[in-house]
Design a protein around this ligand. Structure first.
Ligand SMILES: Nc1ncnc2c1ncn2[C@@H]1O[C@H](COP(=O)(O)OP(=O)(O)OP(=O)(O)O)[C@@H](O)[C@H]1O
Ligand SMILES: [Mg+2]
Length: 300
């Protein structure tokens, strides 16, 4: 009897110990086939909506290797970025920017190009650096558009991917293209869809259903709709004002849609398939996909 009690106690202790580990951050890559469909605008407002004024911890990683513009939308000028961390000039915590909107920003800039050049020891240090952020609830990764390997490595490394499209036929075709490329690299990535710039609810539903059907029929892939966002002139106005629309115009049509999408992301019951593998897992996966690819020359 005593032996049974002892075993039960040990199990309890082990379970408690497990719970002491920081919660693993869920990483979500936001991408698209066609450029300019609203990835950055939606990523910023979605991250802020998810954070609910800081109740939920959210980091927004600017991984667009082209013109990084999360900072433009937020009206901030980051002094340092991941490049400085990779070069050992800064610690990750020194480059993370806390913005008043209740989220943290990491400027990627040319840093990600440098990952391919790190040796094993440096890679381990970089993963350890990322792990210092572990415990946040979400990391949203704003990527560039298109099927370049750089974009795909973020998508493959993240726990989930959100593909953004608009109702334009070219955007729909390109969304299908990127879903196909993701499916070719990884078979178990949950792919979710947002139709941006819709004129009506029915347009949003129709476009989402079309992509879901084609992906199911021709790729045998389950794509899930996260919802749609109305075409709203206040979004463009917010970009000009350098204030995210969810903050400047919280009652706008676009903001209501983004809040609904954030609720959907936050309230989802976590199943094994969608559990976060954490930040260290994300960076390790990045290295894995790097090893399979020759990245372009670093742009400093
Ligand atoms: N729901 C919307 N209603 C009206 N305009 C929108 C909406 N979403 C995005 N836009 C406009 O589209 C433009 C492009 O948006 P954004 O920069 O977010 O796209 P992107 O996908 O990040 O582009 P890139 O591929 O260059 O990174 C912005 O100027 C923005 O004003
Ligand atoms: Mg962008």
């Amino acid at each position: 009897m005593a032996a049974i009690d002892q075993a039960a106690n040990l199990r309890k202790l082990a379970a408690e110990k497990k719970d002491e580990r920081p919660k693993q951050t869920k990483t979500i890559a936001v991408t698209s086939g066609k450029g300019g469909v609203g990835k950055t605008s939606l990523s910023v407002s979605l991250a802020i909506a998810l954070a609910e004024g800081g109740k939920t911890k959210v980091t927004l990683l600017d991984a667009d290797l082209g013109l990084a513009n999360i900072n433009v939308i937020l009206g901030i000028i980051p002094q340092f970025n991941l490049y400085h961390v990779i070069k050992g000039k800064k610690k990750l915590k020194d480059i993370v920017i806390d913005v008043p909107e209740g989220i943290k920003i990491i400027a990627g800039a040319s840093g990600f190009h440098q990952l391919a050049n790190l040796d094993l020891k440096q890679r381990k240090e970089f993963i350890d650096e990322f792990q210092t952020l572990e415990g946040d609830d979400f990391m949203i990764i704003d990527t560039g558009a298109g099927v370049s390997q750089n974009v795909l490595s973020f998508v493959v490394a993240a726990d989930e991917v959100i593909v953004i499209t608009t109702p334009e036929p070219t955007a729909i075709t390109d969304a299908y293209g990127i879903i196909k490329s993701i499916a070719a690299q990884t078979s178990d990535k949950p792919i979710r869809l947002i139709v941006n710039r819709c004129q009506s609810v029915s347009e949003g539903k129709r476009v989402a259903q079309r992509i879901i059907n084609i992906a199911g029929q021709f790729l045998n892939i389950k794509v899930e709709s996260l919802g749609f966002v109305f075409d709203d002139p206040l979004v463009a106005k917010s970009v000009r004002n350098q204030k995210p629309f969810i903050v400047g115009f919280p009652k706008s049509k676009a903001s209501s849609c983004v809040m609904m999408i954030a609720d959907k992301i936050a309230n989802r019951p976590s199943s094994e398939a969608v559990k976060g593998s954490g930040l260290a897992g994300f960076v390790k996966n990045m290295f894995k996909s790097d090893e399979e690819t020759i990245l372009e020359e670093p742009a400093e």
